[in-house]
Each structure stands twice: as C-alpha cells, then as structure tokens.
Design a protein around this ligand. Structure first.
Ligand SMILES: Nc1ncnc2c1ncn2[C@@H]1O[C@H](COP(=O)(O)OP(=O)(O)OP(=O)(O)O)[C@@H](O)[C@H]1O
Ligand SMILES: [Mg+2]
Length: 347
C-alpha cells in the first residue's frame, strides 16, 4: 500500500489529482478547492489562511489524516494486489455448544461450496471468513491466513482487502447511473484504462442478467437480478481481493453457471453457499453444515461429476418451465412435453 502521508508531503495536489482522479472527491467533500494546487497538500495547508481552515471545522493534521484514510480506503492499485496462499478454518462450536472438530485449509485457486438446511449456518460461516473471526463470533471459529492467526493490527490492515462479498441482499446507497457507478469504481481501484474496464464490465453484467439494461439507468432502479449481475461483473473485473464469498446466487434469476465461471476465472479462493446441486457439484469440495457446525467435507469425485450431466438436463427442463411461466404461458402436460427431457418423467 502507498504511504499517502508521504504523498501528501511530497507530491503536488495537481499531480495527485492526475494520478488518482478519485482524490478530487476528497477535495470537493472537504471544501478544499481553494488550496494552491501546485504545492503538496501538506505545504498548501500550512500556507493557507488558518482561519479559513478553522472555519471548515478542521486543522492541518486532521486533513492529512483524513486524506490518508480516504485514499487507503479507496485504493487497491494493481501493483499492490494483496495475495495470500491459503486460509484455514479452525472449528469452534455447534449451536448446542458441542465442539466442531475441524481444521480445513483452503488454497488459492480452490472453489468450495457450502450446503446445508435453511438456518443451519451457511451465511454465518461466510460471515466468519469475512471478519476473519478469532473466536469472537457465535460459532467461536478462528480463521488463519497463510497458517497464522492474525493479530488485531493485521486484522485491521486486512479489512476491506481480503474479501469481496456478494451478499443475499444488495442495497445501493447512491443514486448513480450504471456508468457513473462503474466509472467511480474503476477509478477508485486505479484501473489503467477505466473506460475499457467499464465497457467490459457492463457487457458482462448484461450477459448475466435476464432483462438487458442500459448504462444510463440508475443503479437504484435495477431489479434484484440485474443489480446482482452488475455486482458479479464488478467483482470479477475490478476486485483485487484474493477471497470471494458468494451467498446464494441461485435466486437472483441470472445465468448462474456463467456467473460462477466468471468469478472463478482468476486465482482466487471462492466460497459459495448454495442450495443448488449444479453449483454445489461444480466446486472442488463441499462443506456440509448442520446445526451451526461443519459436519462433513466432501471432495467432488469423478463419479459425482458424471451425475452433473443428468442434473444439467433436469436443470434445463426446469429453466424452460420457468421461462414459460415468465412469458405467461400455461404449464399444461402438453406444453411440458416440449420443454425437453420431460419424456423421462412420468406425468
Ligand atoms: N455454531 C453456531 N453457534 C451459534 N449460532 C449459530 C451457529 N451457526 C449459525 N448460528 C446462527 O444461526 C442463525 C442462522 O444461520 P445462517 O443465517 O447462517 O443460516 P443459513 O444456513 O445461511 O440459512 P439460509 O439457507 O436460510 O440462508 C444465525 O443467527 C447464525 O448466527
Ligand atoms: Mg443464508
């Protein structure tokens, strides 16, 4: 990570804005537009009218600190991509307090699915990974990064960098258009060619979404499935975090096989909670959760993969029925005959 304190002392504001366009938001929000752009931020602040700075309700040190915080929070430049080799889940307790006797190490490049009944604790496991739990969550689990338990300082440093999470609920707080949203993100991540990344991301999102949308539509107006598709594309193209957590992609009405393919193409560790057999079997391993704990870890065998073809056929049939429903057709036995694969099923 860059030392933004040093940058504030040595690089002119003009150059900072050129190199990190997102910094413009900082100067605008802090009402610092009047500073001498030719000087480094620290010098410009020292030379400015101190009464004016006081009127803004701040002081020089505070501005410098806020600048560094802002830049750290919004940056994950390509050359600073944060890499890890493995994470390890060390068991805590089941819901009834009995010990969860597991130690599972997952390496970069592996995809794991998480299965289990509703309410069993799948999202909780994702939550434990997200916050790098150290015995301080309801499950008492602990997470190791590259074989060590991170201390508080490391946990704090890792925050926001380690994990990209696609949660069950997506809430956009800002009323930006799709283009503005993607552009803001690509700039904040210091992508080399923001326009190009935005275009690719947009195309990918639209491939995943059932109903197409335009660049000018507001993100708050996207449907659940469309915003999911946008976040998946955004994570795939712009996120540099080494771990991706996906909580139930299947209900979003998007092309989920495609989504998983896009998300797993990079060298990442992927955990996805799912009730979908096709997604569960597409993982290298699956974690079975029962009563709050990891009760089994199953490696997907070649034999199981053979079943995938059959499940895919069934899935296609169901998908066709869903599409008939969506397009207002009647789901009669006669119509079902045309959905493919149904002839093997007795009505
Ligand atoms: N080991 C545990 N000890 C105590 N509480 C737990 C444990 N595991 C999960 N819980 C709690 O159980 C509740 C349900 O868990 P969770 O939301 O993770 O279920 P889920 O499997 O994701 O369900 P769904 O399939 O409906 O999304 C949560 O409140 C969670 O904090
Ligand atoms: Mg859940």
């Amino acid at each position: 990570m860059h030392d933004f304190y040093e940058i504030a002392e040595t690089v002119s504001i003009e150059e900072i804005l050129q190199k990190y366009p997102i910094a413009a938001d900082f100067f605008e929000n802090m009402n610092l537009g009047e500073l001498d752009q030719k000087k480094p931020l620290a010098d410009a602040l020292e030379m400015a009218d101190q009464d004016w700075i006081a009127e803004l309700g701040t002081d020089v040190d505070d501005v410098l600190e806020q600048f560094a915080d802002f830049m750290v929070a919004l940056s994950s430049p390509e050359d600073d991509v944060f890499r890890i080799g493995s994470i390890t889940i060390v068991g805590g307790t089941y819901k009834d307090g009995s010990p969860e006797d597991v130690e599972l190490t997952v390496r970069t490049g592996e995809v794991l699915s998480i299965v289990g009944p509703t309410g069993s604790g799948k999202s909780r496991l994702l939550g434990d990974i997200e916050c790098i739990a150290q015995g301080d969550t309801p499950t008492k689990r602990k997470i190791m990064i590259d074989g060590v338990f991170p201390d508080d300082e490391m946990r704090f440093e890792l925050e926001g960098q380690l994990v990209a999470q696609l949660s069950q609920n997506m809430n956009f707080v800002m009323d930006l258009s799709v283009r503005e949203f993607l552009l803001m993100h690509s700039k904040s991540r210091f992508c080399e060619d923001p326009e190009d990344i935005v275009a690719r991301c947009f195309e990918c999102a639209n491939e995943l979404a059932g109903e197409k949308f335009t660049m000018d539509v507001k993100v708050t107006q996207l449907s659940g499935g469309q915003s999911r598709a946008l976040m998946i594309a955004d994570t795939a193209f712009m996120s540099s975090s080494p771990i991706v957590l996906i909580d139930e992609i299947e209900n979003a009405g998007i092309d989920r096989k495609q989504a998983i393919k896009i998300l797993t193409k990079n060298d990442k560790i992927v955990f996805m909670s799912t009730h979908d057999p096709l997604l569960a079997l597409s993982a290298d391993k699956r974690i079975v959760i029962r009563n709050g704990g990891i009760s089994k870890i199953i490696e997907t065998t070649e034999e199981e993969r053979l079943s995938q073809a059959v499940i895919e056929k069934l899935d296609e049939t169901l998908m066709n029925i869903r599409n008939m429903l969506r397009h207002g057709e009647l789901i009669t036995p006669d119509n079902l005959q045309n959905t493919g694969g149904i002839d093997e099923i007795t009505l």
